[in-house]
Design a protein around this ligand. Structure first.
Ligand code: PMP
Length: 378
């Protein structure tokens, strides 16, 4: 089996598995306990916080461990509403993660004004439209750093400047960028950020809400832990696994980004050369180095994926969270891609285990699929 779906999740790194096992065997005391075993766990928690903060340019005190990026996004929405004057208004880019959009949709049903900021045909948030939307008071603006389907990088600096100028708190969902490209929470000047351990070699069920020091953001789950910002006994195995992944990611970030970028570019060039009717979504704007999202005219995603699967190649039709349904990608529809073409969208996302041989296999399989289809039609 060749895994080409690293944007859905990544294989836990050996160092991560070791950290989790060690935690469960030796560091299982409650970090809130006053006895020595508890204090040892507390020190490990503090060290983990520092490791994660170092990867993303934040201060340890700004890290709030959660059950994942989905929960972090819920904290963001909840806090925005709790601080807002009634009726609340929140701005989200139209290409945010489907779970986040669904949470916002639920608020809309409850009377909150949710405005989706459009994107350009290349999948970049439309800054003019954002500035117009920010002219009316809002409780939050949220734009992701990199899109999970297209990999397209969003103009975080411009989004932050526009939000600052309007005095609106800004949240960045950096889930797909952390561990793949540099992330600089302090340098970006954002108020809130979300990330998830399982996207960079850590375990599922652990994420982080990064909350700017000094920002008063009402807690979704008040409690004693995480400085009162997230109650519940800490998920120590997950947190220590997340920290181990952060340390590994920091050590290999630059070299992996270069290696995967070269592999992805070579795959993209080879496909454009050998497969006719190929559209690469987001081609021409900066993207994550590991992501290729494309469609072949006349071929449904199911047909392409099942052929790839027959050859042992596991890719995706888009986000794992929505690939169960038949609806075309909301990201592609927001980019103005015709529904028929969007239904052919296939995402290949590379990671640590990917090598050039895997990708030549992809080119070969897609080329054969097209040749065979042409022969059948003749
Ligand atoms: N945001 C983005 C951009 C994502 O890609 C994902 C995961 N697919 C999430 C949020 C949700 O993360 P988690 O699985 O940690 O809840």
């Amino acid at each position: 089996m060749i895994y080409l779906d690293y944007n859905a999740t990544t294989e836990p790194l050996p160092e991560v598995v070791n950290a989790i096992v060690a935690c469960m065997r030796q560091l299982w005391a409650n970090p809130s306990s006053k006895h020595p075993a508890g204090q040892e766990a507390k020190r490990a928690l503090a060290a983990a916080r520092a490791d994660v903060a170092a990867l993303i340019g934040a201060q340890p005190a700004e890290i709030i461990f959660t059950s994942g990026a989905t929960e972090a996004n819920h904290h963001v929405l909840h806090g925005a509403l709790a601080r807002a004057s009634v009726p609340a208004r929140v701005l989200l880019s139209a290409i945010e993660h489907s779970g986040f959009l669904k949470a916002a949709q639920k608020l809309r049903d409850q009377g909150v004004e949710v405005e989706l900021v459009p994107v350009t045909p290349l999948g970049v948030v439309d800054l003019d439209a954002l500035r117009v939307a920010l002219a009316t008071p809002a409780a939050l603006v949220s734009v992701m750093a990199a899109n999970n389907e297209t990999g397209v990088l969003q103009p975080v600096g411009e989004v932050v400047s526009a939000a600052r100028a309007a005095g609106v708190p800004v949240h960045i969902d950096a889930t797909q960028q952390v561990g793949r490209m540099p992330v600089d929470f302090a340098g970006w000047g954002v108020d809130l950020m979300s990330l998830s351990a399982h996207k960079f070699g850590g375990p599922k069920g652990c994420g982080v809400l990064v909350q700017r020091k000094g920002l008063d953001w009402p807690a979704l789950m008040p409690g004693q832990q995480e400085r009162g910002r997230r109650g519940g006994t800490e998920n120590m195995p997950g947190i220590l696994g997340c920290a181990a992944a952060a340390r590994q990611a920091q050590a290999s970030l630059k070299s992996e980004a270069l290696r995967l970028g070269a592999l992805r570019d070579a795959l993209e060039d080879a496909l454009l050369e050998t497969v006719s009717g190929l559209t690469v979504f987001g081609r021409g704007v900066p993207r994550l180095p590991n992501t290729l999202f494309f469609a072949i005219e006349g071929f449904s995603a199911d047909r392409v994926l099942s052929r790839l699967e027959r050859e042992g190649l596991n890719a995706a039709s888009g986000a794992a969270c929505s690939s169960g349904g038949n609806a075309p990608s909301h990201v592609l529809l927001a980019m103005g891609v015709p529904e028929g073409l969007a239904r052919g969208a296939v995402r290949i996302s590379l990671g640590r285990g990917t090598d050039a041989e895997h990708l030549s296999h992809v080119v070969h399989v897609l080329r054969s699929l097209q040749t065979e289809a042409a022969a059948e039609a003749a």
